[in-house]
Design a protein around this ligand. Structure first.
Ligand SMILES: Nc1ncnc2c1ncn2[C@@H]1O[C@H](COP(=O)(O)OP(=O)(O)OP(=O)(O)O)[C@@H](O)[C@H]1O
Ligand SMILES: [Mg+2]
Length: 297
């Protein structure tokens, strides 16, 4: 598969002098066309900063980003972003269909073509009948589906998602994860998705890039060799899944990657305990760091 995204030696520093904060350091990786790559990293490590640089929303202080070979400087036309907070990303005064059509205004499409594209995207996310409703008449999970439909309607070369399922309940999250994998395979989309949920990164990804604590650097790039067809119960119970999530948890805690052979035979109970311990630390950090995080977004 050709390379869709190429990030080379990316650096980002906020501010200057004594008050400067290096958020991303010398980060390089690439994503092939049709791949779903997940990025997982500790809270505050620089994940959103990295995505903002890739999306051309902020110019990096060093390094380069190329999308299908073209240097990114400013938001590319064929890139779409889905943010965590659906309630702030949809326009409450526009109907669902108008929200989905909105980014297509800048495309050379007739009014009818725009409406057709929006309907196709709503069909793809299972929201065929709600085009005339307003976002606030839908549940949270449905609103996040609308955000996904809006991103898909523009048929982006790269879809960037920043913790897209963090604001919905666990059951809806599972449904949205399955929806994303299905749509990604049907449309052969290239997706870069950030999460701080270890299980989600392994369940969703064809690959998991593990980031270090701040400033973000890549500590591992793991291939997820699970079957393409995934199931919320069977996949999460499989030995391979448990091993992988344990490996990601170990890496996030600063431990070395398990050698390949050891990974295959590693003790499932240890892996599960490692992952659970990490998640407990993460939740505690999220609770205490919520206000700081809000300020940084
Ligand atoms: N606009 C900004 N100005 C100054 N510092 C910032 C800005 N945005 C983010 N930072 C800082 O850069 C670091 C990385 O922030 P970023 O939002 O990229 O982390 P993150 O990994 O996405 O965090 P989270 O998991 O909480 O979403 C943090 O220390 C943050 O305070
Ligand atoms: Mg973030």
């Amino acid at each position: 598969m050709p390379t869709m995204l190429e990030v080379t030696g990316l650096n980002h520093r906020y501010g200057k002098g004594d008050g400067a904060h290096v958020a991303v350091r010398e980060l390089s990786f690439s994503v092939d066309a049709g791949e779903l790559a997940c990025i997982v990293g500790p809270s505050g490590c620089g994940k959103s900063t990295l995505l903002r640089c890739i999306a051309g929303l902020i110019p990096p202080t060093g390094g380069s980003v190329r999308l299908h070979g073209d240097e990114v400087s400013g938001v590319p036309d064929d890139l779409a972003v889905v943010f965590q907070d659906y309630s702030r990303s949809l326009f409450p005064w526009l109907t669902v269909a108008r929200n989905v059509e909105f980014p297509l205004r800048w495309r050379k499409l007739s009014k009818q073509e725009r409406a057709e594209r929006a309907q196709e995207a709503l069909d793809a996310v299972g929201l065929s009948g709600v085009g005339k409703k307003f976002p606030w008449q839908l549940s949270g999970g449905m609103q996040q589906r609308v955000s996904i439909a809006r991103a898909l309607a523009s048929k982006p070369a790269l879809l960037i998602m920043d913790e897209p399922f963090a604001s919905v309940d666990a059951q809806t999250r599972f449904e949205l994860e399955d929806l994303l994998r299905r749509v990604q395979r049907e449309q052969q989309s290239t997706i870069l998705l950030v999460t701080h949920d270890i299980d989600e990164s392994v369940y969703l990804g064809d690959r998991v890039l593990v980031l270090s604590k701040s400033p973000a650097t890549i500590v591992a790039d793991l291939a997820v060799d699970l079957p393409a067809e995934r199931d919320q119960i069977a996949t999460r119970e499989s030995a391979k899944f448990v091993t992988l999530r344990g490996e990601v948890a170990r890496l996030l805690q600063g431990g070395p990657a398990a050698p390949e052979t050891a990974a295959e035979t590693s003790d499932e109970a240890t892996a599960t305990a490692d992952a659970a311990e990490w998640e407990a630390t993460e939740e505690a950090a999220a609770e205490t760091g919520d206000s700081a995080k809000e300020a940084s977004h």
